[in-house]
Design a protein around this ligand. Structure first.
Ligand code: UD1
Length: 352
């Protein structure tokens, strides 16, 4: 069997890693990188650290407006799919690369599988929400990470095509945690174990409006411990355009980290403040309290279990929320036990 994976953005490289390993023994696996993320620290370093094979194709699409970026990928992917005619196209998550590959596959009648199917924020302002809903409805096989995701798919009439496989990011995280613990890695510069926060902010809703970004930065600057702000290129770019200084008060700005360094930084921190999807879950799995600067989350289990608190409109409460008392311990495993990639490969090979 020939399976072709399409990835393009940082979180997709993380999801690809355990799939590429699990695929090894069972199927011929081709990898296409759209080039949506292209900086060394946003792309190459993940392939190296996570032992992902070099992609068979790289479209080198780069940044751009949503329509042009997605359209350019679609045109490039169509050619590759036509040439390779895989048994499955496998797409990951909710980025523009996901949607472009889904459209290209469905137009060529190539079976399409969606990993991380069924997640919903129900926020139609998010580009990721359009991407994931459209991709789910185009897919022949929906690989869902959680029971909640399965329920969303059933509500949309997609139960027949859905399969609960667990969360592949949990696979990577557990494996990486072992490596990190064995290696005793350095913490980000200038901070002590348990005495700092890790933050990432990159979503358009938080970065595009100068007043909102400035309010977020002000709140982080006032926190009771140093904040290591791991700055996505989008944040750096927009802060510069808004004339906003990010290195203020408690905040120290650092470039994005490689995956093992990120896990190490989160594991040893007092808390995470983010608008990323994956980081909320990683914090939960490492049992580090998280504060999410968004009105909703797709990873509702992190909130229900008390490890994640959402702050959106009332940014004035951000400091108090971050400095809240530690949540009650839990042994719940809503994201599986770290063996999702094997389940994905079995589903693709035949038995759902
Ligand atoms: C994309 C995904 C988002 C995901 C995020 C992870 C979409 C719609 N969004 O958002 O779901 O959470 O990736 O990081 O697909 N840039 C660089 N170098 C890079 C990549 C980007 O400088 O390697 C800059 C460019 O200025 C670019 C901006 O970041 O315009 C945004 O990049 P883009 O890929 O459009 O979206 P992200 O915000 O990264």
């Amino acid at each position: 069997m020939r399976i072709l994976s399409v990835v393009g953005a940082r979180p997709q490289f993380v999801k690809l890693a355990p799939i590429a390993t699990a695929m090894n023994a069972h199927a011929q696996h081709l990898i296409v990188h759209t080039g949506q993320h292209y900086d060394e620290m946003m792309s190459d370093v993940f392939f190296k650290d996570l032992g992902i094979p070099v992609p068979d194709f790289n479209l080198g699409v780069g940044s751009g407006r949503h329509g042009k970026q997605t359209g350019t990928m679609l045109a490039g992917l169509e050619e590759i799919f036509e040439q390779e005619r895989p048994d499955w196209v496998l797409v990951y998550g909710d980025t523009n690369s996901t949607l472009a590959a889904a459209i290209a596959a469905v137009k060529l009648h190539i079976p399409l599988a969606h990993l991380e199917a069924g997640l919903r924020s129900f926020n139609r302002r998010m580009p990721e929400e359009h991407n994931r809903v459209l991709t789910d409805h185009a897919s022949d096989l929906l690989l869902a990470p959680t029971e909640v995701a399965m329920a969303h798919l059933a509500n949309e009439g997609l139960a027949e095509r859905s399969s609960l496989v667990g969360d592949v990011m949990t696979d990577v995280l557990f494996r990486t945690r072992e490596t990190v613990q064995a290696r005793s890695m350095a913490l980000p510069a200038g901070v002590d174990t348990g005495e700092y926060y890790v933050s990432t902010i990159h979503r358009p809703d938080n970065t595009d409006d100068p007043a909102r970004l400035s309010q977020i930065v002000d709140s982080l600057a006032r926190l009771d411990k140093p904040v290591v702000l791991l700055a996505h290129p989008r944040l750096v770019d927009l802060a510069r355009r808004h004339g906003l200084n990010l290195s203020t008060g408690a905040i120290s700005v650092a470039p994005p980290l490689a995956y093992p360094q990120l896990i190490n930084a989160v594991m040893n921190s007092a808390g995470v403040i983010t608008d990323s999807g994956g980081l909320q879950k990683e914090a939960f799995l490492l049992r580090v309290p998280c504060t999410t600067i968004r009105p909703e989350t797709e990873w509702v289990e992190t909130v229900d279990l008390g490890w994640n608190v959402l702050v959106s409109k009332d940014l004035g409460s951000l400091t108090a929320v971050v400095e809240r008392p530690a949540p009650a311990p839990t042994t719940a495993t809503p994201y599986g036990t770290g063996v999702a990639a094997e389940a994905v490969v079995s589903a693709l090979l035949g038995g759902r």
